[in-house]
Ligand binder design. Structure first.
Ligand code: SF4
Length: 384
């Protein structure tokens, strides 16, 4: 293999910027070749991977790559595989995905969370079909305008699709680089991510940029894992400063924990002959998905009759950035009280900007609904 040309001064200054010196890794910059050789022998046969290392040329491969990357943004490989297969069976190309109703796309995403990925992917498909004739554009300058294509995916596609020496810096790549050079981070800090990207640009082999990106992420996913790196099996162990330090997991320093505010909300079972009332909104948390109607405590107090719904227990749910305690409420026994309470609730929901729709109980299974409200559904089921 042709020797990769590295700009040592860039690497050294990038490393110095973190307050650490590159030691062996700096003197013997063969780690990209070692990594590629390891990847050749250990590459996992994942369903979205194409054979060989040539840039992607078939549109079907581009589509599969993009779908897999949207799935993998917040989901581990093992969990994503099944979703990927089912998604591809139903939406095998940009056209099919663009034509599908959003509700159906969201339904295929149920269970892995972060539904915004699904809405972005769906609108990306529509943009590709409507503005680019069903072919993902090959000019990277136009990617800024595409839904859901951020710096990571731009780097990955530039390398895989166009053969450009652009790094794709996800959490795995960040971790491997941070450990290789004993960079502290903190992880997820924009300056740190930029430094990792700049460093990788000096190392990425111009003849195999896509394969190099994949190899780095594969090492992070399978060997240099966050809590238990398997250093004795690692192809980069001889060059790794974190391993030499004896405390590889110190690198990179975790991002400072963000406070997770606690929110208490009242969730209502509202049932009539027309069915069960569900609500959704275009923006905000769990946008475009159907919820059981819920109101903040303050809004619920403003509608005096909402207090007539009977309390039956709570459901707790942790999101990455907030915690919910949901107080479950079912209709009052008296039909007169029930009618007033329902009217109050519907009025408050409208004031809160919710779209409302009635569903028959047997339709709920086909409705795109986030996991937290599936938990609520289980608790409400005995009451309808
Ligand atoms: S030697 Fe250990 S810490 Fe260093 S890159 Fe390999 S697995 Fe990670």
């Amino acid at each position: 293999m042709k020797k990769t040309k590295h700009r040592h001064s860039d690497v050294q200054s990038a490393a110095r910027g973190s307050g650490n010196d590159v030691r062996e890794g700096d003197k013997t910059p063969s780690w990209p070749e070692t990594l590629l050789a390891w990847y050749g022998a250990h590459r996992r046969p994942l369903p979205w991977r194409t054979p060989g290392s040539a840039p992607l040329s078939e549109e079907a491969d581009v589509y599969r790559t993009v779908v897999s990357e949207f799935l993998l943004m917040r989901t581990r490989v093992r969990a994503a595989e099944g979703y990927f297969r089912r998604f591809l069976e139903r939406f095998p190309n940009w056209d099919e995905l663009a034509r599908a109703p959003e509700e159906e796309v969201l339904r295929f995403w149920q269970g892995i969370g972060f539904y915004r990925r699904a809405t972005y992917l769906h609108s990306l498909a529509r943009t590709v079909v409507e503005r680019h004739g069903g072919k993902f554009p090959r000019d990277p300058r136009s990617w800024n305008e595409l839904p859901g294509i951020g710096p990571y995916l731009s780097g990955l596609l530039a390398a895989k699709l166009l053969g450009l020496p652009e790094p794709a810096v996800d959490g795995n790549a960040q971790r491997v680089v941070a450990r290789l050079f004993a960079w502290e981070g903190p992880k997820d800090d924009p300056g740190f991510v930029r430094r990792v990207r700049d460093l990788l640009r000096t190392y990425i082999p111009p003849e195999l940029p896509g394969t190099f990106n994949e190899a780095l992420m594969e090492l992070g996913e399978t060997v240099c894992t966050p809590r238990s790196p398997r250093c004795p099996e690692c192809p980069l162990q001889d060059e790794c400063a974190a391993r030499r330090s004896g405390e590889p997991t110190r690198y990179p320093r975790p991002a400072s924990p963000r406070p997770r505010p606690l929110e208490e909300r009242d969730v209502y079972l509202c049932r009539t002959e027309a069915g069960i009332l569900l609500v959704r909104r275009d923006t905000g948390l769990l946008a475009r998905l159907w919820h059981f109607p819920h109101l903040s405590s303050a809004s619920a107090e403003a509608g005096s009759c909402c207090a007539d719904f009977a309390f039956i227990g709570t459901v707790e749910h942790a999101f990455t950035h907030r915690l919910w305690i949901l107080r479950l409420r079912v209709p009052p026994a008296s039909s007169a009280t029930c009618g007033r309470a329902r009217e109050d609730l519907v009025r408050l929901l409208a004031e809160d900007g919710w779209e409302t729709r009635w569903f028959l109980p047997e339709e709920l299974v086909r409705v795109p609904m986030p996991r937290v409200f599936r938990k609520v559904e289980e608790r409400f089921a005995p009451f309808w």
